[in-house]
Design a protein around this ligand. Structure first.
Ligand code: PMP
Length: 448
C-alpha cells in the first residue's frame, strides 16, 4: 500500500527529509544534499538556525494566534516597522499575507481599490511581462507570463501579460543593448498607448526574472525608464520582490540597485526564510492616503494575516540577517559564484548564458553557446540536469516558461545567503560533474 499522502511529481519519488543544518539537508537514509537553491529561493539564512526556533517557542508561549480584526501584536507591529524602515521612499504601510501569490494578488487589488476610491472606475487592467511569474492564484496567475502554469486555466484568466521582457540573451526584438535603445521599455509605453492609460491600474514586474526565466537581469537603465513611463501615464508600479527581496540580490530590495521607488513591493519567501508561511505587500503613503480618506482599510485579508507567531519568526530572521551581515555576504559571495559559473561557458557549449545579481544566479542551457540554438522542450534538458544534480547531492531550481522561443531551458542557483567561498567551491564541483554527465547523457540519447 502506498504511504504517499502528498503525490509526487510524475516520475519522481521524493526522499524523506530528516533534518537540515546550514546549507545542507539530510535525508532519512543519511544522504546529504547541498541546498543550492534554498528550496524555492526561500531558505535565505540556511536550515536549523536555533535562534529562530527559540523566538518561535517564546512567542508560542505568549500568543500563537490572534485574529487581525481583534488584536494587533508586538511582533507584528515591530516587523511592519522594520520592513517599512528597510523599504525605499514612502513605502510605509505593510499588509501581511501568507504567500507570495497573496502578496502580488493583494497588490493587484490595492491598485484597483486606489483608483476606484477616486472614481476612476475604468482603471482596472494590470500590465505585466510575457516572461514572468507572480503566483499561482487566479489573479496572480493572470499577471504571469508563464505559459506552462497558465495553460490549464487559460479560460478563467485575464490576458494581462502584454509587454516584452528585458531578455537580452535572446532579445525578443533580435536587437542588442545598448544599440536597441531599450526597445523592451518602449514596449510598455506602446502597450499603454494601445490599451489606453485610462484603463490601466498598474504595471507589475520582477526586478530579476526568476521562475520563468532563470535570473534574467535587466540593463541598469531599464527600471529607471520603466518607472518614468509609469509616472508619466499615472500607472502604479508594483515590484514583485517575492524572490528578489530580503537581501537575496545583495541589497535589501533589488530595486535599490537602481535607486527607484515603486508604489508597492510584494515580498515573501526570504522574509521568513521558510521557517513559517509569511509574506507582505508594502504600500506607499501616496496610495494609503487615498484609501484612508475613502474606505479607510485595504479591502482584503486572511485569517492568518499578521499572525503573531509568524511575525516573531520573521523578526528573528531579520535580526539574524543583520547580526551576521548576510546582505553583504550575498553581494560578495554572489560575485564569486557568478565568476565560477562563468567558467562553465568555457568548458561546456551547452552553458549558454550565465547571469544574475547577488546570490540569485541563473544558467540558460542551449545546444551550442556559439549559435544560442535552444533545445526542443521535449528533450527535457532542464529536468535531466536537475535530476542528475539531485542524484549527486545538489539541489537546484528549474526556471522553464514552457514555450520554445520564450525563455528556454534554464536553472537557478541560489544557495542560502550564509554560504562561504569554500562551500561555493564544493557546490561548483558537483555542478561541474553534473554538467559532464548531462553532456554524456544528451549525446547518448542523440540530443546533442
Ligand atoms: N512572485 C515571484 C517572483 C515568485 O518567484 C513566486 C514564487 N516562486 C511567487 C510570486 C509566488 O509565491 P508563493 O509560491 O509563495 O505563492
Amino acid at each position: 500500500m502506498s504511504t504517499h499522502l502528498i503525490k509526487p511529481l510524475v516520475g519522481q519519488i521524493y526522499p524523506m527529509i530528516d533534518y537540515g543544518k546550514g546549507i545542507y539537508l539530510y535525508g532519512m537514509d543519511g544522504t546529504r544534499y547541498i541546498d543550492g537553491s534554498s528550496g524555492a529561493v526561500t531558505a535565505n539564512i540556511g536550515h536549523g538556525v536555533s535562534e529562530i526556533n527559540d523566538a518561535m517557542f517564546r512567542q508560542a508561549e505568549k500568543a500563537a494566534f490572534v485574529y487581525r480584526s481583534h488584536f494587533t501584536s508586538e511582533p507584528a507591529e515591530k516587523l511592519a516597522e522594520k520592513l517599512a524602515h528597510s523599504a525605499p521612499g514612502d513605502l510605509n504601510s505593510v499588509f501581511f499575507v501568507n504567500s507570495g501569490s497573496e502578496a502580488t494578488e493583494t497588490a493587484l487589488k490595492v491598485a484597483i481599490q486606489y483608483y476606484q476610491e477616486q472614481g476612476r472606475r475604468e482603471k482596472i487592467r494590470i500590465l505585466s511581462r510575457r516572461t514572468s511569474y507572480h503566483g499561482i492564484t487566479l489573479g496572480s496567475l493572470s499577471m504571469s507570463g508563464h505559459p506552462l502554469r497558465r495553460q490549464r486555466f487559460e479560460p478563467l484568466l485575464e490576458d494581462f501579460p502584454a509587454v516584452a521582457p528585458p531578455y537580452c540573451y535572446q532579445c525578443p526584438f533580435k536587437l542588442s543593448f545598448p544599440a536597441c535603445g531599450l526597445k523592451c521599455a518602449d514596449d510598455l509605453e506602446e502597450a499603454i498607448l494601445s490599451i489606453g492609460s485610462e484603463n490601466i491600474a498598474a504595471f507589475i514586474a520582477e526586478p530579476v526574472i526568476g521562475a520563468s526565466g532563470g535570473a534574467i537581469t535587466p540593463p541598469d537603465e531599464y527600471f529607471p525608464r520603466i518607472k518614468e513611463i509609469c509616472e508619466r501615464y499615472d500607472i502604479l508600479f508594483i515590484a514583485d520582490e517575492v524572490m528578489t527581496g530580503m537581501g537575496r540580490t545583495g541589497k535589501m530590495f533589488a530595486v535599490n540597485h537602481w535607486g527607484i521607488v515603486p508604489d508597492m513591493i510584494a515580498t515573501g519567501k526570504g522574509m521568513s526564510a521558510g521557517y513559517t508561511p509569511m509574506a507582505a505587500t508594502i504600500v506607499s503613503d501616496r496610495i494609503m492616503n487615498v484609501i484612508e480618506n475613502g474606505t479607510k482599510v485595504i479591502m482584503s485579508g486572511h485569517t492568518f494575516s499578521a499572525n503573531p507567531l509568524s511575525a516573531a519568526v520573521c523578526l528573528a530572521v531579520m535580526d539574524y540577517m543583520d547580526n551576521n551581515k548576510l546582505i553583504e555576504n550575498a553581494e560578495k559571495q554572489g560575485r564569486y559564484l557568478l565568476s565560477k559559473l562563468e567558467m562553465l561557458k568555457e568548458r561546456f557549449p551547452i552553458a549558454g548564458d550565465v547571469r544574475g545579481k547577488g546570490l540569485l544566479c541563473g544558467i540558460e542551457l542551449v545546444k551550442d553557446n556559439g549559435t544560442k540554438e535552444p533545445f526542443p522542450l521535449n528533450d527535457k534538458v532542464t529536468e535531466t540536469l536537475i535530476t542528475i544534480c539531485f542524484a549527486n547531492g545538489l539541489i537546484i531550481y528549474p526556471a522553464v516558461a514552457g514555450v520554445t522561443g520564450y525563455s528556454g531551458d534554464a536553472v537557478i542557483i541560489a544557495p542560502p545567503l550564509t554560504i562561504t567561498e569554500t562551500q561555493i567551491d564544493e557546490l561548483f564541483a558537483i555542478l561541474e560533474r553534473s554538467f559532464e554527465q548531462l553532456v554524456q547523457r544528451l549525446e547518448q540519447e542523440g540530443k546533442l
